[in-house]
Design a binder for this molecule. Structure first.
Ligand code: ZN
Length: 306
C-alpha cells in the first residue's frame, strides 16, 4: 500500500528528493563498507558480536553510531522516546524494550550497557511541562490526539521528583535538563530490576554506564557513581573544530582524535582512490545514474581509520 501511495504521488521515485539523497548515501555506504579492501562485512554476514548495548533516544540528533564514530556491528542499539528503561515486569511490561535488552544480555552477551541521555529531549520536556496531566492519564495539552507519549514517559516521573528536590524555583529548561540527567540514572536503576542483568552485573560480566550528550555545548558527560554526579567524558570541541571555514566545505575533515596524527596521509590515500573510482564509474554509467556516484569524498564520506 505504501508503494502505491509513493508511486501515485511521485510517478518516478528516482526523482523524489529524499529518495535520491538517501540512495546516494547508501551508495557511499556501499563504497566504504563493501570495498574489496574492507573485510568487515565478510565477518558480519556470519553473525554479529557487538561490543555494547546502547539505549538512546529516538531523537534524530543523537544517533549513537554517528556520535561515537562506530562501525557497522559495533553497537546493538535500543532507541525509544527519552532513552527510558521501564522496570522489569515478569512476562510483560515494555515488550519491545525487554526483548532488546534480553537479546543483548542473554544471547549477544554484551559486556557493557550504555544509557545515553541528551539535552533538549522532547520526551522529557513533555513530562516536565505536563506532569499533572500525564500522571492523571490525560492527554498532553499541546496535542490532544497523543495517546502514547504520556504513558511512556510517565515512568520518568521519579526522575523529575528527584530533579526538583532542592532545586527551588527554576525555569522549565533548567528543570528539564536536571530531569534528563536524573532519567539516565533512573534507567540504570531500572536495568537492575531485570534479575539476569543484576546477576551479570554482580558477577562482573556486565557493566552499566550513564552518558549524557549535551548537544548545546558539544560535550559528552559520564555518570560518576563514586561522586554521584555527571563529569565530562569528552570535553567541549577543540577550538580549531569551532573555527569557521568560511563556507568552504572542502576544508572539512574527519574529526576523530586519531585523525589529528594520521588523518592527512590516510585521507590522501582514500581521496585519490575514491576520486579515481568515481571517475571510472561515472564514465560508464548511464546518464541518470551519474549524479549518484561519488565525485569527491570531502565532507560526505568518512575516511578509513582501522
Ligand atoms: Zn530525547
Amino acid at each position: 500500500m505504501s508503494m502505491r501511495i509513493l508511486s501515485t504521488r511521485r510517478p518516478d521515485r528516482s526523482q523524489h528528493p529524499l529518495i535520491v539523497r538517501l540512495s546516494s548515501g547508501f551508495r557511499r555506504f556501499q563504497h566504504r563498507w563493501y570495498h574489496p579492501d574492507e573485510p568487515l562485512f565478510q565477518e558480519l554476514k556470519r553473525g554479529q558480536k557487538p561490543q555494547a548495548l546502547v539505549i538512546a533516544c529516538s531523537d534524530s540528533r543523537v544517533d549513537p553510531v554517528l556520535l561515537t564514530d562506530s562501525r557497522p556491528g559495533d553497537l546493538f542499539i535500543l532507541r525509544n522516546v527519552a532513552n527510558l528503561v521501564h522496570p522489569y515486569v515478569p512476562g510483560g511490561g515494555a515488550l519491545s524494550q525487554n526483548a532488546a535488552i534480553e537479546y543483548a544480555v542473554k544471547h549477544l552477551k554484551v559486556q557493557d550497557i550504555i544509557v545515553m541521555g541528551h539535552a533538549c529531549c522532547g520526551g522529557i520536556k513533555a513530562l516536565v511541562s505536563a506532569r499533572a496531566r500525564i500522571l492523571a492519564g490525560e492527554f498532553l495539552p499541546e496535542a490532544e490526539e497523543d495517546e502514547f507519549i504520556g504513558p511512556w514517559v510517565k515512568v520518568a516521573v521519579r526522575a523529575l521528583e528527584r530533579a526538583e528536590e532542592g532545586m527551588g524555583e527554576v525555569c522549565l529548561a533548567d528543570k528539564a535538563r536536571a530531569c534528563e540527567l536524573w532519567s539516565v540514572r533512573l534507567s540504570l536503576e531500572n536495568l537492575l530490576t531485570f534479575p539476569w542483568v543484576k546477576e551479570a552485573v554482580e558477577a562482573g560480566r556486565l557493566a552499566l554506564h550513564g552518558w549524557y550528550f549535551d548537544l548545546q555545548s558539544g560535550e559528552l558527560l559520564e555518570f560518576d557513581q563514586k561522586e554521584q554526579a555527571f563529569r565530562p567524558l569528552v570535553g567541549r570541541p577543540h577550538a580549531h573544530d569551532l573555527e569557521s571555514h568560511g563556507g568552504h566545505h572542502h576544508e572539512r575533515r574527519p574529526r576523530a582524535e586519531h585523525w589529528e596524527e594520521h588523518g592527512e596521509a590516510l585521507w590522501a590515500h582514500y581521496d585519490s582512490r575514491t576520486m579515481e573510482e568515481g571517475r571510472k564509474k561515472r564514465a560508464h554509467a548511464p546518464e541518470h545514474h551519474r549524479e549518484h556516484l561519488p565525485r569527491s569524498p570531502h565532507g560526505h564520506v568518512r575516511g578509513r581509520h582501522d
